[in-house]
Write a protein that binds this ligand. Structure first.
Ligand code: NAP
Ligand code: GLV
Length: 316
């Protein structure tokens, strides 16, 4: 709205997706001034920058005067690590119903795989072993979700609806019906000790780097399962491989790794207890995320505070 009554939004996401975003946003707000590429635009005349690491913007200094940088991703660690990031703009993480629904579907699907023992059964089939022990019922299985934010909260609710016993851990105290909500270091130890399936949905911050290390794996029940749908840096990969090799962990399902794409010679590719998915647990869907961005724009136009603001010192 700099000098005009129309909010100017510059799209700095993946170039090939600009038209989809333009259509989704203009559908909801036809008077929006949507600039489909940062090339040739005047950053000082921009109100809101849509940003993702997969876009073309590397130097953020020219955008010091924008009101907000709206991340198109939920995770903002790459943005925060960019040393050209100016201090002034509000940073907004992506929270949108399509992303949340997709993540819960991924979590439920892979929790069921671990719960039913599909990996072990596939191994038995290859070896012509008739392993006829039936899995327990969901009500006899405890799932622990690490991170109870936009994604973790929804996943815990849906896991509870599916009949699992569910625990969750977050930085601040939470209350979710039917979920044992824990926080602080003692809560973390308890969650690990009681969960046969642990799902990671916390951001990568200096505090959560290597959260899942040798001590954490040793604290889990023998034969437990890990599902990492958050960020690779939460996991000490060598400690994970040792825990899998020793049988302390029965399986790991990894959507995210320290290096992506996973290098061809990495042990995860051919480890019989590891399932790899290529960072597709969920994604921002323009069709549903456009409403979140329009809400932010309308709040900006009314002079109201933005939603989902990143606390830079906290790292998420
Ligand atoms: P969010 O709403 O910011 O929630 C983060 C949760 O983690 C909050 O409950 C927070 O606690 C907790 N947390 C943060 N630091 C913590 C710490 N040091 N100790 C304990 N709890 C801590 O984030 P979100 O939208 O749910 O997304 C979570 C992460 O998922 C993203 O950051 C991203 O890395 C990842 N992700 C992955 C994919 C994929 O496709 N693989 C897709 C989307 C997102 P409080 O509630 O107390 O603040
Ligand atoms: C995807 O990983 C995201 O953070 O949105």
């Amino acid at each position: 709205m700099r000098g005009s009554s129309v909010t100017k939004v510059v799209y700095g996401g993946k170039p090939g997706n600009a038209a989809v975003w333009r259509d989704a946003l203009l559908d909801l707000k036809p008077d929006l001034d949507f600039v489909p590429s940062p090339d040739g635009c005047d950053p000082s005349a921009t109100d809101i920058l849509l940003y993702e690491p997969a876009g073309t913007i590397r130097d953020l200094r020219p955008y010091a005067g924008v009101a907000a940088i709206q991340s198109l991703w939920a995770g903002v660690e790459t943005l925060l690590e960019n040393d050209t990031l100016p201090p002034e703009p509000a940073l907004l993480r992506m929270v949108e119903p399509g992303m949340t629904a997709g993540m819960s579907e991924y979590v439920i699907g892979h929790v069921y795989r671990a719960h039913l023992g599909t990996k072990r059964q596939a191994r038995d089939q290859r070896n012509r072993v008739w392993g006829d022990a039936a899995p327990p019922l969901a009500g006899d299985r405890t799932v622990g979700v690490i991170g109870l934010g936009a994604l973790g909260r929804d996943a815990t609710i849906k896991l509870t609806e599916a009949g699992f016993r569910v625990g969750g851990w977050s930085r601040s105290e939470k209350s979710i019906a039917g979920v044992t909500c824990l926080h602080d270091a003692d809560g973390f130890d308890r969650l690990l000790a009681e969960s046969e399936i642990v799902v990671l949905l916390v951001p990568h911050t200096p505090e959560t780097e290597n959260l899942m290390n040798a001590a954490a794996f040793a604290a889990m029940p023998r034969g437990a399962h890990l599902i990492n749908a958050a960020r690779g840096a939460l996991v000490d990969e060598d400690a994970l491989l040792s825990a899998l090799d020793s049988g302390q962990l029965a399986s790991a399902t990894l959507d995210v790794m320290r290096e992506e794409p996973l290098p061809p010679d990495h042990r995860f590719w051919h480890h019989e207890s590891v399932t790899i998915t290529p960072h597709i647990a969920s994604a921002t869907r323009p069709a549903t995320a456009a409403a979140t961005i329009i809400t932010q724009i309308e709040r900006f136009e009314r002079g109201e505070p933005f939603l989902y603001r990143v606390e830079r010192d906290r790292g998420y």
